[in-house]
Design a protein around this ligand. Sequence first.
Ligand code: ZN
Length: 370
Amino acid sequence: MAEFVNPTQPIPPRLAEEMNLIRKMERCSRSDLHRLMNCRKNTIGQDVNTLIQMGLMRETELQSLPRGRPSVHLEIDTDTRHVLGVAIMPGMVSCGRYNLLGQPLEMPTNLTVDDPSQILKATRRLIKQMHDNQTILTGLSIPGMLDRDHCKVLSSSTWPDGKSVSLKSLNQLTDSRLIFDNTTNALGTRWLLEHANTPLHDHLLIFLSDGILGATLLINGHPIDGCIICSNELGHTRLPLDTPRCYCGQTGCLERIFSTAYLKQLGENNKLSKAIADAPTSPKIRQITDYLTMGLANAVNFCRPSHVTIMTDLPDMDDYIDVLVEQIRDQLLREFANRIQMHKWTEPNAQPAASGAALALAQIYWCRPG
Ligand SMILES: [Zn+2]
């Protein structure tokens, strides 16, 4: 079977573009590729042979046409190769194999690990069990700030002692084919793979949970590089409020405001998601929502993206997110308020390992920098 030279870049950009065209169309012929790629027929023929030999693409049964010769179609090979998706979270690691269309080959394995010092050991064990010579790439999502050059985690809620954690042992286990990124960036990548055929030009994705608020700004499907790998730290936008202290050391952080802890401080003894579901227009929830809207509208005004997606894993939030989206829109600068397309995605965390797998798949279809 043909293999690739650069461990984290499975195929060159032209072949990735061809793969993505086939993914979008589900099936197409060599002639379709020749027309859409604007390449010589010989070039397309060679590319297709390479992709078939790599186990990434396959020919389908002959398609009978009303006239003329039968035609052989091409499609993504969902049987031969796979990617491994891994998600490390506070107290838990999840790992599963996914085919090249991002569908799970089996239910991912979730391990609860109470002791943070044992998380890497548990992750190594899972990767060892599932990684084989058909694994193209392994994608790993981790919350926090990461250093790609030195292959380590600088800080993460998974390791609350604040010490950096090396990922080199995981990289070795995957034959240096480990793609890792921040959890919110991985979620954003998965949204694109599942909801858009082609990366949107600019897209702000905001992840909301109880006491957690992350964001990622994607340009052509790639999170902006910045000075460090992490999500856009929208959750630490601060307002002059006396909230419970944030782990960043400050008070008034947006992710502290949108939390059960702050709701309790306001005098309501209920979980935030339950309080929202029970009485979304109660004075205390309205107060929290108004502050949240202010922070999010400021971020959208600052970026003026074409698309904004609000993601949440909190239950029963569909109606609330609809209201929040309209409230944010009301506070945007009027010149672009009606041009920004806003989407919602509830329950994005149902399968955390799928977000790790999305990081690997994005390498195959969009050639993200490794
Ligand atoms: Zn903070």
